[in-house]
Design a protein around this ligand. Structure first.
Ligand code: GCU
Length: 590
């Protein structure tokens, strides 16, 4: 019988991605993770780059595990067993020849887990994969996740097989005009499975969301389940008590009249929380505080808060997007040495350890999604992608007291499409989490030369990015702008700074000298503090970071606005200047 199969058919199918665009893996597939036992899949994975997208074209994921000696027709992929990379990792940092590789790549490994009959589920959790990922198990497509900085889950249960499972993940860091972020941004486009990958087993009905927050009438508790089940969840907070949370159709909410010791930067008090529903049990360590605004003030636990901040990228000279507990604790130590009490985690969700350690150490955080510059604001799918990343971030960090601000965008031109898109995000964030303040980093209204942007009425805190003293000469413009503006809510300078090549010294008038950076930071903080409605400053930024947009002799592929060099050790004159400025301005109000 003539084989009707045409071995060359895949060469003519440019719609090769179409069968693998759905199901989408979204916030709806997430479960509540803290306190769960997991099985780590970190370690060496087989790996290959796939610039021509042969993996989907030739369906590499459908290959069986036969050795090449047993093949009857040739293949172009043998599960990549000939080379491995460590996971978590960025391929862009793992080999020089992959530094600037932008495209698809395939990770592959096997693991043992038998099919289950008891209704329990085995989920794959990926901490983050930049920028999009497709999961395949034993040849079956489990789903596509968009977004390079938020966790996602794939239900492997239906595809498990006895005797060993082959897991393959296609990761694609191609920049796209309709993605979030879009294809133009000022940081390095690292690719890879850059956070933990693990398996988690859950009972048939499990806790998917747990959100606790302090309200005027006590501690509000929201519990959500994976099924529309009725019942009672048991809440236990050590030192406060126990309470039953009635659950109807998979949703439970209650306010428990307890008065916890408040969490604050000075007293980062955390409580051990446990919640049980049926066979499921989760725990968390939660701080209770209230963050509000009143007029042009930000209010923490009923008292005005001065924000002495810096922005931070998740970028490391040696590991790219990968971070570690020591790296994070060093970051907070540097921030405290500067006198800072808040960090803006630019421009995308950072590792979940950051907020957890910030809770312990009393560092406040602004977290944001990468709705950055010229996003495809008129594209509905782009909006859904942004909203999903926002919800994945909110669900992941909802119980982190350190997080006081959700940022919905950065430096976006004020157009009708952008207004609709970001108003939607601000409203969605507030509805999903009424306990925090919503912000965005906006631009100066050049027509009126005021802090004025149609988005601001939908924000709690107006972020303003301005670079007087660097991208615009002199500081008079900043003085005029602040004098011209009459915002009715708090403003923070969400970015300002100047580049300094470490070790380059000269007159303050000379760009890229350390002296120039020191002058800019000193004057910026001084002038910002003179405006009653400015609640704080986020200096751009803590460490130099990689950016291919920066190609002068002083930059060589690095953005040099850090007050510390990319070695995360060498402090520039700007470090001391900013420390002095924060010692004089935006001091904590007693
Ligand atoms: C912008 C942008 C940053 C960028 C910075 C700079 O404000 O938000 O992402 O790195 O300016 O020019 O250094």
């Amino acid at each position: 019988m003539i084989d009707a199969h045409d071995p060359f058919e895949h060469l003519h199918d440019e719609a090769f991605e179409a069968p693998f665009m759905k199901p989408r893996l979204t916030a709806e597939d997430a479960i509540f993770m803290p306190g769960r036992e997991t099985r780590s899949l970190n370690g060496d994975w087989c790996f290959t780059i796939d610039p021509m997208r042969e993996g989907l074209r030739q369906r590499w994921f459908a290959n069986d595990d036969q050795p090449v000696e047993a093949w009857l027709i040739p293949r172009d992929y043998d599960n990549g067993a000939w080379q491995t990379v460590p996971v978590p990792g960025c391929w862009t940092m793992q080999r020089d020849e992959w530094r600037h590789y932008e495209g698809a790549a395939w990770y592959s490994r096997s693991f043992d887990a038998d099919p289950r009959q008891d209704g329990s589920r085995l989920l794959l959790r990926v901490g983050a994969a930049n920028e999009r990922a497709r999961v395949f198990l034993n040849g079956a497509f489990c789903g596509l996740h968009l977004g390079g900085s938020t966790p996602f889950f794939a239900d492997l249960t239906p595809h498990l097989r006895a005797g060993g499972n082959r897991l393959m993940i296609e990761v694609d860091n191609t920049r796209r005009a309709d993605a979030v972020p879009m294809n133009h941004f000022d940081w390095f486009n690292h690719g890879g499975l850059h956070r933990d990958v693990e398996l988690v087993q859950v009972p048939a009905v499990c806790i998917t969301r747990l959100f606790l927050r302090l309200t005027e009438s006590g501690i509000a508790v929201d519990v959500a389940l994976s099924a529309g089940t009725d019942g009672t969840a048991q809440l236990d907070i050590l030192g406060l008590g126990q309470a039953d949370i009635p659950v109807r159709a998979g949703q439970g909410t209650a306010v428990v009249d307890w008065s916890p010791e408040l969490w604050s930067p000075r007293t980062p008090r955390l409580y051990d929380v446990a919640v049980r529903f049926g066979a499921d049990h989760v725990t968390d360590r939660v701080g209770f505080r209230r963050i509000e605004r009143n007029g042009t003030e930000v209010i923490l636990n009923g008292r005005p808060l001065a924000l002495r901040g810096l922005c931070v990228h998740e970028d490391d000279r040696d590991t790219g997007r990968c971070t570690s507990e020591p790296d994070i604790r060093q970051r907070f130590a540097d921030l405290r040495a500067l006198g800072a009490n808040v960090a803006r985690l630019s421009h995308y969700p950072h590792h979940e350890m950051v907020a957890r350690i910030a809770d312990e150490e009393g560092m406040l955080l602004w977290e944001e999604i990468p709705v950055y510059w010229a996003i495809a604001f008129d594209n509905e799918q782009t909006y859904e992608n942004a909203r999903n990343q926002l919800f994945e971030l909110i669900h992941r960090d909802a119980n982190r007291a350190s997080v006081i601000l959700w940022g919905v965008g950065n430096e976006n031109a004020d157009t009708e499409a952008r207004l609709a898109f970001m108003r939607g995000l601000a409203q969605a964030a507030r509805a999903e989490d009424p306990s925090r303040l919503i912000a965005a980093a906006c631009l100066i209204n050049r027509a009126t030369f005021r802090i004025e942007d149609r988005l601001t009425e939908h924000l709690d805190v107006i972020g303003l990015n301005e670079y007087f003293g660097w991208y615009e000469t002199g500081f008079e413009g900043l003085e005029r702008l602040l004098a011209n503006s009459t915002p009715d809510r708090p403003v923070v300078i969400s970015e300002t700074g100047a580049e300094a090549a470490t070790g380059l010294h000269g007159p303050e008038s000379q760009l890229f000298t350390e002296e120039r950076q020191a002058l800019v930071l000193t004057r910026q903080v001084e002038i910002a503090a003179s405006a009653r409605y400015v609640a704080g400053v986020f200096v751009w930024l803590l460490y130099d970071f990689r950016s291919d947009r920066r190609q002068t002799a002083h930059q060589r592929g690095w953005n040099r606005k850090g007050v510390i060099a990319e070695d995360k050790t060498t402090r520039k004159l700007g470090f001391d200047a900013l420390t002095r400025a924060y010692a004089q301005h935006f001091k904590d109000k007693e």
